[in-house]
Design a protein around this ligand. Structure first.
Ligand SMILES: Nc1ncnc2c1ncn2[C@@H]1O[C@H](COP(=O)(O)OP(=O)(O)OP(=O)(O)O)[C@@H](O)[C@H]1O
Length: 273
């Protein structure tokens, strides 16, 4: 994989992060997020965890610029997301949503090519074709080349969608790209779950910022650098995975007795006690 990351040469003083600043979000009368302050750093994987309905997808939507907070703001590089030109923002961050419906029988590579649409004026067809090939390979979807998307299994479709979002931010050059994943492991078998998150880790190693909503605490323990725990719309804890994946705290938040053991590499493994 070849990714140019000239942004590393930028001065340390630059605000190169994705941030929620005092974010409140309401759906009508329903209060979904309250006073959330969260800063995600490029080069790291941040897992958003918490019970059903805690507000994880909503927060991801705010950080993607897809949802406008009722109060507060989300910023990229210190600039409010709503002030970013749509095309510029699309080149910098890509979001893999939980359920992506497609009405047409596109082939897998055509779906991945949709990720290149924000680059129309600045990228050649041959460059786009090469990037789509690399993205399909990175997403474990190269074997699906030529297949009708509507005839793929849910997990196969998920891998093609991952290729689409990878293709969207593949060639970020001037600043770190951001990959926002909403329950990316849903519908994937265990091998592909680990493959996807290993890929996310690899991208973080190359300077991308990755934020993933994860229900599986052990995937978070294995692949995340940082973890943000949400409950009832509030950010309960945010920090390194060792700090946040704390069995007593998680037991309280999830309402289930949980215990923590260590795997052979010393990483926490959370299980029902
Ligand atoms: N479009 C909407 N209209 C009204 N309420 C909504 C809407 N979307 C989400 N909600 C509500 O907002 C709250 C937070 O939802 P959200 O999907 O962000 O939670 P979550 O932590 O991602 O949940 P899950 O783990 O179940 O996916 C829930 O109570 C949900 O019912």
């Amino acid at each position: 994989m070849s990714l140019a990351m000239d942004w590393r040469a930028l001065s340390d003083g630059e605000e190169r992060w994705l941030e929620a600043r005092d974010v409140h979000l309401h759906y009508g009368e329903r209060r979904v997020l309250q006073a959330v302050n969260l800063r995600a750093q490029p080069g790291r994987v941040l897992a958003l965890i918490g019970p059903n309905g805690a507000g994880k997808s909503s927060l991801l939507g705010v950080l993607a610029g897809a949802l406008q907070p009722s109060v507060g703001t989300a910023t990229l590089d210190g600039v409010a997301l709503e002030r970013w030109p749509a095309t510029e923002l699309a080149r910098r961050r890509a979001m893999l949503s939980q359920r992506v419906q497609l009405g047409f029988g596109f082939r897998a590579e055509e779906v991945a090519m949709l990720g290149r649409s924000p680059h129309g004026a600045t990228s050649s067809r041959s460059a786009d074709g090469r990037i789509v090939e690399e993205a399909l390979k990175a997403a474990g979807a190269w074997s699906l080349f030529g297949r009708n998307y509507l005839e793929l299994s849910g997990g196969e479709q998920q891998r093609v969608q991952l290729a689409r979002v990878l293709a969207q931010i593949w060639d970020c050059r001037d600043a770190p790209g951001w990959l926002l994943l909403d329950e990316p492991e849903a519908g994937l078998d265990i091998a592909h779950q680990h493959e996807l998150l290993a890929q996310a880790r690899q991208l973080a190693g190359q300077g991308f910022g990755v934020i993933a909503v994860l229900h599986d605490l052990n995937l978070a323990a294995r692949y995340a650098d940082d973890v943000a725990l949400l409950a009832q719309g509030r950010l309960v804890r945010h920090g390194g995975r060792e700090q946040v994946l704390d069995a007593p705290m998680l037991s309280k938040i999830y309402g289930l007795p949980l215990a923590c053991v260590r795997d052979g590499d010393g990483r926490p493994l959370i299980h029902a006690a």
